[in-house]
Design a binder for this molecule. Structure first.
Ligand code: SF4
Ligand code: SF4
Length: 374
């Protein structure tokens, strides 16, 4: 058998074992009134006139439900910037999808929350940028944002919709984790998600100002452990630690093309939020073909499925089914090669360099924040 035929057979066998996606992140728009310096959206944002129409989004939801998607995350940008948010939610609920709105809160009114409740919205994730108006509005680049978030949390909880508070932590607010957890409790949240900044999009440009120090990360781990004990049964605390200080990489997206997919405002279908940073891949849009065909058969989704693509280091490693070789976009960003072992891994030949670079960056004390363009 020629090697090309064998490779084709291997690829076909791998595709045959691909399960359907469980979750879809619908980035309804890139428009957003905030300007967070840690925003992971692309530097070149999709203009409003290129966004999918209401009918196109509903058709994408229909295809997703037929494909097996259970959870639909309505995100952005700021999804409330879409005038049809209630209509989209209602359509998704009617298709049997569990709907989760991921929002900064800006653009939501009490009347709109009530309409979303009536439409059947299942869950809200509200982002906070800090624990006071001063810190939150400074990081979010939007005056008055904090007050609006407090009001939105109140309306959401009052409407009986389960609330999760999302907080991205970084060098500028890492000392506030305790206070973020306390704020989540005051707001009536059932869950708080504290995620250390990931360096994609605008965050990459602000790395020197946002990368937490080793001491901050160690203190944060202790804070989260103590809070989990203290608030057991009251609040679920999810914590995504800083992987630059971890021994092993995270299983990004639960593995490439294994669990979920993203659809961008203009309909490009991606295996993960940052996948467009990998230049060798081209991504189809829902205007080019069916979602199921893109999930099962497109080159981009099959590029890093299974083990055939893995470097020997990962292929022969006992953790390959735990972390799948780490994050492809991080390998691209740090090593310039998306097919290599994630440089965060202690077994990677690039790990030492990453540790050196991290120490150098965190030693720079006065880097200025560059706010996301709107
Ligand atoms: S991270 Fe901030 S700027 Fe980016 S979409 Fe979310 S709220 Fe808007
Ligand atoms: S060598 Fe590869 S599979 Fe093994 S732990 Fe490191 S990244 Fe994961």
């Amino acid at each position: 058998m020629s090697s090309a035929v064998a490779a084709t057979k291997r690829a076909a066998a791998a595709v045959a074992r691909v399960p359907p996606p469980m979750a879809m992140l619908a980035e309804l728009t890139h428009r957003c009134p905030l300007a967070c310096p840690y925003c992971s959206n692309p530097i070149a944002l999709t203009p409003g006139e290129e966004e999918l129409s209401t009918e196109e989004w509903i058709d994408v939801f229909r295809q997703a439900a037929a494909l097996g998607v259970l959870h639909l995350h309505l995100s952005g940008g700021e999804p409330a910037a879409r005038r049809d948010l209630v209509e989209l939610t209602r359509a998704a609920v009617a298709l049997g999808l569990y709907t989760n709105l991921i929002t900064s809160g800006v653009g939501l009114t009490e009347a709109r929350i009530n309409d979303l409740t009536a439409a059947g919205l299942d869950h809200v994730q509200l982002s906070i940028q800090g624990v006071s108006a001063e810190s939150a509005d400074r990081i979010g680049g939007y005056k008055g944002g904090y007050q609006r978030k407090m009001a939105v949390a109140n309306w959401v909880v009052g409407a009986g919709i389960p609330l999760t508070v999302n907080a991205v932590c970084h060098r500028q607010n890492m000392g506030e984790i305790d206070a973020m957890i306390a704020l989540a409790i005051r707001l009536g949240a059932r869950r708080v998600e504290i995620a250390t900044v990931q360096f994609h999009g605008w965050a990459e440009r602000n790395k020197a100002a946002l990368l937490p120090t080793r001491e901050q990360v160690e203190a944060a781990t202790r804070t989260v452990a103590a809070a989990r004990e203290k608030y057991q049964g009251t609040l679920v605390i999810d914590y995504v630690p800083a992987d630059y200080y971890s021994q092993y990489p995270k299983a990004c997206m639960g593995g490439w093309g294994r669990v979920g997919l993203n659809v961008t405002p203009s309909g490009r279908v991606l295996p993960c939020h940052a996948a467009e940073t990998i230049p060798r891949l081209t991504f189809k849009t829902v205007r080019d073909g069916a979602l199921s065909e893109i999930w099962y058969a497109s080159d981009a989704f099959n590029a890093y499925r299974g083990e055939a693509w893995m470097p020997e280091l990962c292929r022969s490693c006992e953790r390959k089914h735990v972390d799948f070789g780490g994050c492809r976009c991080q390998a691209m960003a740090l090593a310039g090669d998306a097919s290599t072992t994630d440089p965060v891994c202690i077994r990677s030949p690039l790990r030492e360099r990453l540790t050196r670079d991290t120490d150098q960056l965190t030693a720079m004390s006065s880097a200025t924040l560059r706010y996301r363009g709107r």
